[in-house]
Design a protein around this ligand. Structure first.
Ligand code: FE2
Ligand code: FE2
Length: 175
């Protein structure tokens, strides 16, 4: 970069605002889709817990679909969120937290998939496990959303400050 401040770290590459808007839109769309899938999964799990065993095959199917979609979403986040989170206070710690949380989720999803694919596994523990997984992922998604909103706010503020000071290269880096 020939002009303006250097990024505080290699992740803090300057991008125009519309790049971050695209990242935010994909993040929001993914979370909306995942919440919809969790709603379906929760309803199926509750019905199985209430004794409707005929829904067990659908629960297994929707459980596998949800787990696969969440794994795909996590991979996308690991490619696109670090650049955004690096704009926040304690950004590097948030990035480390994201990776550690995802590692825990991958372990958890591996356990979930093992049960969902086991033809010998009973429906009731599978349903209970699906409910517990949904609750956990909902909490994690809410925390992620707070971090992403904070990062986007920081980027907009930094760009406004840079524009006001006539420094077009001053976007978003945190010292
Ligand atoms: Fe995530
Ligand atoms: Fe997420």
């Amino acid at each position: 970069m020939a002009h303006g401040r250097q990024p505080a770290d290699p992740l803090a590459v300057n991008h125009p605002l519309d790049h971050w808007a695209t990242v935010r839109n994909r993040f929001v769309a993914d979370h909306r889709e995942l919440r919809s899938k969790m709603g379906t999964l929760r309803a199926l799990a509750l019905n199985v817990i209430r004794g409707d065993d005929e829904l067990a095959p659908a629960l297994r199917l929707k459980g596998e679909e949800f787990d696969a979609r969440l794994l795909e979403h996590m991979k996308w986040e690991e490619e696109h969120l670090p650049g955004l989170l690096s704009r926040t206070e304690n950004g590097l710690e948030r990035i480390i937290d994201l990776r550690e949380e995802h590692a825990r989720q991958r372990e958890r999803l591996a356990f979930s998939l093992e049960q969902l694919r086991d033809p010998e596994a009973a429906s009731l523990p599978i349903a209970r496990d699906c409910l517990a997984l949904v609750r956990w992922v909902e909490t994690d998604m809410a925390a992620e959303e707070r971090d992403v909103v904070a990062a986007l706010g920081q980027i907009v503020r930094d760009q406004d400050m840079a524009a006001a000071s006539g420094d077009p290269g001053g976007q978003g880096s945190r010292d």
